[in-house]
Design a protein around this ligand. Structure first.
Ligand code: GDP
Ligand code: MN
Length: 378
């Protein structure tokens, strides 16, 4: 679960990190009230920064961050609210006292699955996209891997501070960042930029936090941060229907029973030269409603074709067949190719039902994969 910047900053601040004074706002009136609050806290306030709160990076470059005179905050907010920022509509803002940036640094903790460790990264080239720095100036990023059994050591903090030329005050930011990262089971906790102001203050000007969904049950207090507006519509529909679904980049929809077979199917599609649009496991039990839900998700994703790969064990092939038939009927027909491979329990019944309705049914996985690739890449 991704957090908004204002939520991440709230977490950081609770743990003692310095963040700019700020207030979340959801309407121009809120922004006016926020400016008044910030002004009463700081009578010298002149400039504020109005920041779009959406789950994308690079908001600055995309026009989602406005540094303006406090009198112009409401107008800036009106320009941001409703704006399309990299495909997401802005409905939430963060209004902050503007800071005088002298230097921008990057510090981040990310789970490195390949190394089975968390990697601490730091760079003096902060403020910009860290992916871009990684590509153009890989030498400017210092990385150390944290052994989960040992935790982050002072030695490692020194390593990145000296290695990346960070101010010594960054040490406490790294410590707290790690505290937040490990105590809330994060996949990512990142401050970009960590700012040194012209007045010499060190402050977290941005916050990116991504929590491990599988550990959320341990942190009930974080559920207040859940923003249904930011959840992918398809992943939500899949969750409600009890499907394991992961969206991918390709165009061949895969409906499979069992996680292992789903992985094998994706491999086979890739191996055959196609690109799977998703991982989808309809589960071991057979339930036509699940098939219908799966078909609807794939239709919304606008796949070029759908491959069913069903191995009937506990799952009964005829139940899946019923699901396919009723899903397509409910959708008023479907104009993309469907290739069905099923084998196992009640295979004969399924085959009969589907053939009657005009579907072609195979029992070889290899052939089915070849066929869907041929049909979608014609
Ligand atoms: P991101 O682009 O989505 O990562 O959003 P950030 O919160 O990192 O903001 C992008 C950039 O806007 C920062 O790197 C700063 O250069 C600038 N910025 C953000 N807050 C302030 C501020 O208070 N004052 C000034 N002058 N610039 C700011
Ligand atoms: Mn940033």
């Amino acid at each position: 679960m991704k957090l908004h910047e204002y939520q991440g900053k709230e977490l950081f601040s609770k743990h003692g990190l310095k963040i700019p004074n700020g207030v979340a706002a959801f309407s121009p009136e809120d922004v006016q009230a926020a400016v008044e609050r910030l002004s009463s806290a700081n009578p010298d306030l002149k400039k504020v920064v109005v920041k779009a709160q959406v789950h994308v990076g690079g908001r600055g470059k995309a026009g989602g961050i406005k540094v303006v005179d406090k009198e112009a905050a409401v107008d800036a907010a009106k320009g941001l609210l409703g704006m399309d920022l990299k495909g997401l509509i802005v409905s939430k803002l963060l209004v902050e006292e503007a800071i005088n940036i002298d230097k921008e640094y990057y510090i981040g903790l990310i789970l490195d699955r390949a190394k089975r460790k968390t990697v601490l990264m730091a760079s003096a080239m902060g403020g910009v996209d860290i992916e871009q720095v990684a590509e153009e100036h890989p030498e400017a990023i210092v990385k150390v891997w944290i052994d989960p059994a040992v935790g982050l050591t002072q030695f490692q903090i020194n390593q990145v501070i000296f290695g990346a030329n960070l101010p010594k005050e960054a040490a406490s930011f790294i410590k707290v960042l790690y505290e937040v990262y490990s105590s809330y089971d994060c996949n990512i906790a990142e401050i970009n930029p960590l700012v040194v102001t012209k007045e010499g203050q060190v402050i977290a000007a941005d916050a990116k936090v991504d929590l491990d969904d599988n550990a959320l049950f341990k942190h009930a207090e974080l559920m207040q941060y859940h923003d249904p507006a930011e959840v992918d519509e398809n992943e939500l529909a899949a969750k409600e229907a009890g499907l394991s679904y992961v969206e991918l980049d390709g165009d061949i929809g895969c409906v499979v029973n069992g996680a292992g077979l789903a992985m094998a199917t994706m491999d086979a599609v890739k191996y055959g030269g196609g690109n799977p649009a998703n991982f989808l496991d309809i589960g071991g039990s057979s339930n036509p409603a699940k098939v219908t839900a799966a078909m609807k998700i794939l239709q919304r994703k606008k796949v070029k074709g759908v491959l069913f790969n069903i191995f009937g064990g506990i799952t009964r092939c005829d139940d899946v067949a019923k699901g396919i038939v009723s899903a397509v009927e409910e959708m008023g027909g479907i104009d993309i190719p469907i290739v069905i491979r099923l084998t196992g329990t009640n295979e004969e019944e399924a085959r009969q039902l589907l053939t009657e309705k005009g579907y072609k049914v195979g029992s070889s996985m290899d052939e089915a994969v070849k066929e869907i690739i041929a049909l979608t890449h014609a």
